[in-house]
Structure formats: structure tokens, C-alpha cells
Ligand binder design. Structure first.
Ligand code: PGA
Length: 253
């Protein structure tokens, strides 16, 4: 199975725009069954997006690690589950950067998410200075992020876990739209799968690529079998481009 996740980040700004966008994506993707398409809107639009989702799945962009209690401003995995959400993005590099999220906090969120039966999408990826030292350094860094971020996870959670490899420098808003080289991304994704097997006993994990994926370059990534799908930021806000991307990926199946 391939997965395409639309990470809307802190967009759009009105409910009308959110409903309009999900409605168009749901209508355009209604015949595509082989791909799991997931929309992750801001929390405030989750309910209205769920109402218009058609065959799509809906995810949140973050979560807390307790199910209820005195945690001002937080949203729990149980609340998300009860709403009908099925995916949660965790440890996105923007949260690591702007909110100071640590691997320790991220591992608590991953564990709470999968224990509640939701699918956790753990984001990992190195900064430019690390990649500049070579792909082996990037692998080492990502391996550490996986070991720490998945602390306490074992193979019984394997099907609830998705990893998104997103080199920080490749995210469009950081880099001005420079994606990774598809062959390098595929190599690191294969390495991530090896680590998931050797460290956690997870034998067929789904590992996505993210970072400036667009209608122009998605075919070059989708041509690599090891890439199980995509985490798409800015291009997911353009319904025509996003639908085209879904079609391109389905043409590889
Ligand atoms: P981008 O964002 O596709 O705009 O590079 C990807 C992400 O941050 O998840």
C-alpha cells in the first residue's frame, strides 16, 4: 500500500477554505482505491474536514501523550480517536525547531498514539550541515532519532507506525524548494527499514519521503519501490497539483 499525506500546516485560515479544499480533493480522489490519502488540517478544522472527507483519511499534526487531565492547551490521542481521526504526525522538524520538541517528548507522543490505536507518523531527518558531511553521517543521525523517538516501541505496534524521512533542508519553506535527490532519499529510506527491523523487530514498515515533493518531481521518487509514499506540504494546498500527484503515484502500482 502507498500513502500520501497532505500536511496543511497552519493553513488555510478559514473553515470555508478548508472545507472547500478537502471537498475538491475527496471528489477528485474518489476513484483511487489503492492509495491511502490522508488530510492533516489544523486542529480547528478537523471536525469539518472529517465531515467532508469521502474516502480520505484524516490526521492531526500533533498530539499530547496523556489521554485526559490538566494539560492546558493540549489535545489527547483519545480525543482525536473519538473524533474519528486515524493518523497523527509526530516530531515534524518545524515542531522540533519552533517548539523545541525533543526526542524524549516525541517518543511519549508516539507511544500514546499507537497505544490508542491511531497511526503515528514519526518524522525524522537531518540538517544540511550533517548531509554536507556525507550520506553516512545523515544515516547515523537518523538512526539516533529513530532509536530515541521510538523508545518503548516494539513489533506489536509495527502496523501502527509510519516513518516519514524529511531532510530538514529539503522542506520547501526552509530551502526554497530544493528536494532531495530521489536515489539518495531511497537509499536512506532502505536504511531506515533496516534499522526498524534490527532495533525494533518491525519487518514491513511504511516509510515515506517528504521535502519539496511536487507534481514535477513526484514520479522520480515514486519510481523507487522502497519509498512507500509521501508527506506533502505546500503542494497539498493546491488541489489540482495534489490530485495529479496522487494519480502519478497510482500509476506506479
Ligand atoms: P513541503 O513540506 O512539501 O512544503 O516541502 C513537507 C513537510 O514539511 O512535511
Amino acid at each position: 500500500m502507498k500513502i500520501i499525506i497532505a500536511n496543511w500546516k497552519m493553513n488555510p485560515v478559514t473553515e470555508e477554505e478548508a472545507v472547500n479544499l478537502v471537498g475538491k480533493i475527496a471528489a477528485g480522489a474518489s476513484n483511487i482505491k489503492e492509495i491511502e490519502t490522508v488530510i492533516t488540517p489544523p486542529f480547528v478544522f478537523l471536525k469539518s474536514v472529517l465531515e467532508k472527507k469521502g474516502n480520505l483519511k484524516v490526521g492531526a499534526q500533533d498530539v499530547f501523550w496523556e489521554n485526559r487531565g490538566a494539560y492546558t492547551g493540549e489535545v489527547s490521542p483519545l480525543q482525536l480517536k473519538n473524533l474519528g481521526v486515524s493518523y497523527v504526525i509526530i516530531g515534524h522538524s518545524e515542531r522540533r525547531k519552533w517548539l523545541g520538541e525533543t526526542d524524549e517528548v516525541i517518543s511519549k507522543k508516539v507511544k500514546a498514539t499507537v497505544e490508542n490505536g491511531l497511526r503515528a507518523v514519526l518524522c525524522v531527518g537531518e540538517a544540511k550541515e550533517i548531509r554536507n558531511k556525507g550520506i553516512d553521517e545523515a544515516k547515523k543521525f537518523v538512526q539516533e532519532q529513530l532509536k530515541k523517538g521510538l523508545d518503548g516501541i516494539n513489533k506489536s505496534y509495527g502496523t501502527s507506525l509510519v516513518v516519514a524521512y524529511e531532510p530538514v533542508w529539503a522542506i520547501s519553506t526552509f530551502s526554497g524548494g530544493k528536494s532531495d535527490n530521489p536515489a539518495d532519499a531511497a537509499e536512506i529510506i532502505s536504511f531506515i527499514k533496516k534499522v526498524l527491523l534490527s532495533e525494533f523487530g518491525i519487518s514491513s514498515p511504511l516509510v515515506l519521503y517528504g521535502g519539496s515533493v511536487s507534481g514535477k518531481n513526484i514520479a522520480d521518487f515514486a519510481a523507487h519501490d522502497s519509498i512507500d509514499g509521501f508527506l506533502v506540504g505546500s503542494a497539498s494546498l493546491q488541489e489540482e497539483e495534489f490530485l495529479e500527484m496522487i494519480k502519478v503515484v497510482s500509476s506506479f502500482l
